[in-house]
Structures are given as structure tokens and as C-alpha cells.
Design a protein around this ligand. Structure first.
Ligand SMILES: C[S@@+](CC[C@H](N)C(=O)[O-])C[C@H]1O[C@@H](n2cnc3c(N)ncnc32)[C@H](O)[C@@H]1O
Length: 261
């Protein structure tokens, strides 16, 4: 199909052509009208249009020059609110100074979707809500509870600070060009946790190290984090595999490693 902006594979450009899906995604943040929202990768503005119509205070961050030109021409009301930038490199606290809360939304570029969520996590004290569409497998992973195969690093790191919900699945044929996989829409809302009650850097290291060797029990994958030459503590948590642990158990594990060191 002819498209005003030529889709570029390297930028993960699959333009949404079903307006009803765009409206449904925009509606996910209806309850957050009071805070500004940053849209990642607006492309030709199919989602932006609904965010504006709903009265959100919207800024957009887009990396593709051709899309930016399109937006400038077709959305004059966005004047001064289009960031010609790589979302992953934006200092979001400078964009929303003084610790201001904001939301993030998008039909995200699938090639960098995990990195996008790691970037959002860096601003967890300001990002109150984050929703949007990504490839189904990743969307499922973000929302995966303990005890499921889909659980991974981002599930635990995000769920420590956010309630993550998988909302609905979207078929390939509503995009131009269609992606190879189905898509999923999620929403994450900030929980009321202000501190994990453990060394948060070590918590991250433990989550990443455990899932780096997900078939091993934690006793084997985390051995290197305990002091050498000393027997490991006798904790039932160490007999588990990473996908079996809740956030609270990862925190407990972090405390265990800290107290052993
Ligand atoms: C899946 S398309 C979605 C476009 C549009 N929102 C839609 O629904 O049709 C992803 C968009 O993200 C943009 N993009 C890719 N990498 C980006 C990055 N690092 N920062 C900002 N935008 C990016 C692409 O140029 C593209 O417009």
C-alpha cells in the first residue's frame, strides 16, 4: 500500500492503519489527563491525533526525518512539541523538570522495545503511567507473573515499581507493512513503592545474572556473588530457577547476598 512516509525497516516502522486500534490505545491513558504525555515514535500521527483530540498535553519524540516533516505539515498544533530525537537518548528529567510526573505512550518500534522500557525504568520516579503496543511476546514478558515461562529480566525489574497489565492482542494485518508477529498492548501504572528495602543496584545485578543463566538454579548462577571459599547460605530460594521467584523473593535474595558479603 502507498504510504505518505515510506516505511523503513531499520527504524521498526510498521504504521498502524486501523483507526479503531489507535483510538483504543490512546484510550488506555484516559484517566491520566492531568499529566503531560510523551509519545514515542509517532510516525504519521495515527495515535497522536487521538491523544490531541482527547485533550492530552502531548509531546512527541521521533527519530525519522521524513515522519517529522510529515508531522510538522499535518499537525501544526504540535508546533514546538515535536522532538527530533532518539527516545533512548532523551534525558526525560530535563524534558519534564522539577520531578514533574508524566506518562509515556506509543506504538513502539519493535526492534528496540526492550531498550525503551529500560529507559522508562530509569525515570520511574516521574513516569506515572506507560502504555502502548509492542510485539506480543515482549508484551507478555513484561506482564508475566512468577511461575510462568515468559518471565524475564524486564518482568521483574518493571513489576518491582509498576503494576503491569496485558490488555489486548492486535493482528498483523492492521499495519503497513504487516509485522511478522502479532502485537500486544500493555499498561503499566506506578505502584506505591518508594524503596525496595534492599541494595537496588545489587537487586538489578541479581535479576540480570539469574536470568542470564535461566536454566540453572540460583545456587549455581549466583555463586559468584557470594564470598569465595564460604559455603552458601542454606536458603530454599537458592534451589529455585529465576522465573519461579516473585519480586519480594528477589528482594529477599538480595538481602541474603548482602548479608553474606
Ligand atoms: C511501529 S512504528 C509506529 C508509528 C506510528 N506511531 C503508528 O502507530 O503508525 C514506530 C515508530 O517509531 C519511530 N522510531 C524508531 N526508533 C525510534 C527512536 N529511537 N526514537 C524515537 N522514535 C523512533 C519510527 O520512526 C516509527 O515512526
Amino acid at each position: 500500500m502507498e504510504s505518505a512516509v515510506k516505511p523503513k525497516k531499520a527504524l521498526g516502522q510498521h504504521f498502524l492503519i486501523d483507526e479503531s486500534v489507535a483510538e483504543r490505545i490512546a484510550s488506555t491513558i484516559d484517566p491520566w489527563k492531568g499529566i503531560p504525555v510523551l509519545e514515542v515514535g509517532p510516525g504519521m500521527g495515527v495515535l497522536t491525533k487521538y491523544l490531541l483530540a482527547k485533550g492530552h498535553d502531548v509531546k512527541v519524540a521521533e527519530i525519522d526525518g521524513e515522519s517529522i516533516e510529515y508531522l510538522r505539515y499535518n499537525f501544526p498544533e504540535l508546533n514546538g512539541r515535536i522532538l527530533d530525537a532518539d527516545f533512548l537518548k532523551i534525558d526525560l528529567s530535563a524534558l519534564y523538570p522539577d520531578g514533574k510526573n508524566f506518562g509515556v505512550i506509543g506504538n513502539y518500534p519493535y526492534n528496540i522495545s526492550s531498550q525503551i522500557f529500560f529507559h522508562v525504568l530509569d525515570y520511574k520516579d516521574q513516569v506515572t503511567v506507560c502504555s502502548g503496543m509492542l510485539q506480543r511476546e515482549v508484551a507478555e514478558r513484561l506482564a508475566a507473573p512468577e511461575g510462568t515461562k515468559a518471565r524475564g529480566i524486564l518482568s521483574v525489574l518493571l513489576q518491582a515499581w509498576y503494576d503491569v497489565k496485558y490488555l489486548f492482542t492486535v493482528d498483523e494485518n492492521v499495519f503497513n507493512p504487516p509485522p511478522k508477529v502479532k502485537s500486544g498492548v500493555i499498561i503499566m501504572t506506578r505502584n506505591d513503592v518508594t524503596s525496595l528495602g534492599c541494595d537496588e543496584r545489587l537487586f538489578k545485578t541479581i535479576v540480570k545474572t539469574s536470568f542470564g543463566q535461566r536454566r540453572k538454579t540460583l545456587r549455581n548462577s549466583l555463586r559468584g556473588l557470594f564470598p569465595a571459599g564460604v559455603p552458601l547460605p542454606d536458603s530454599p530460594l537458592l534451589a529455585l530457577r529465576p522465573e519461579q521467584l516473585s519480586v519480594a523473593q528477589f528482594i529477599e535474595l538480595t538481602q541474603l547476598v548482602s548479608s553474606a558479603g
